[in-house]
Design a protein around this ligand. Sequence first.
Ligand code: NAD
Length: 349
Amino acid sequence: MAVFSLSDFADHEQVVFVSDDKSGLKAIIAIHNSNLGPALGGCRMWPYASEDEAIRDVLRLSRGMTYKSAMARLKLGGGKSVIIGNPRTHKTPELLAAFARALEQLNGRYIAAEDSGTSVADMKIMAQLTSHVAGIVDKPSDQGTRSGDPSPATAYGVFVGIKAAVQEKLGRDSLAGLRVAVQGVGNVGLDLARQLKAAGAQLWITDIHREPLLQAGKELGATVVAPDEIFGLDVDVFAPCALGAVLNDTTIPQLKAAIVAGAANNQLAEPRHGVALMKRDILYAPDYVINAGGIIDVYHERIGFERAALIAHIEGIHDNLLEIFARARKEARPTGEVADAIAEERFMR
Ligand code: NAD
């Protein structure tokens, strides 16, 4: 693959390929932009079908982090990393240590956090070898303390964002009776589904892992559907909380939802899919705006944690989205395009 000529490579400051024969580590660290501060972003572990797929994913994800942090008004740049492999079978302390050593060599230009396929426990293992990991500090919560896991903050931000989208599109404040399809009941999706249920929403859920899915269905009183059935359901909101590129030529024509609002990063397979959603009169909450709760949480960990300030910062996602929706409506432009324009004004020099 010719990496430099990939469109996803454009504007990247640095991309590092890491390998360690002993532990079997194969990883890619991408630093998109550090104008506003060190590049902070999740470390994803996933059994990519090919190295090309992993490269594309990390480049897209790191760019997304630059826009996300700028939009959320954080003094951070954008970066991301991927470890190629199945987290259930290939993750060992040796592999995590090899990755931590690679982080240390970057000297703080990139700071890793938990993401799909990695956990707070993994970050704590890495933290023994490098200080360039985040999301590892225990914090106060309603239940006493919670770990550094940013997922609850992300889920709360998505919940707040769904409220903004419902207000814009359906003209109401209450979520009672709202029909929501959640794709992926992992760390974020399950927490989001719990908040939606508590607000009176009716839920449809799916996941590729059957056991946790059935358990979640039971707990939430949700209707469980097969992964390929989630797109065409007759619901108000489709909430993608699994992986990226789920809004594409195959899935968009199937959607009956009036709103797409979920946690997954890089939901649009290509920018033109934002136009396709607009043409179908589906309101899309730009992914990096609605899923910023986690990075806001991690940022507050680094500047000294104060819970009220954190909650207020996350709740700012509501007004951020309303501003984007209003401008998109006025200018008849896709919401993602409007969000990008606002973010670029904030990080470009
Ligand atoms: P997770 O791995 O805990 O959960 C993802 C879930 O999606 C898993 O249960 C997985 O089995 C399922 N899944 C994967 N492919 C699927 C498919 N094709 N159909 C249905 N289900 C599928 O990850 P997470 O931490 O909950 O994150 C979910 C998404 O949100 C990811 O895209 C992540 O990048 C994004 N995100 C997470 C955070 C965070 O704080 N954790 C922050 C911002 C964005």
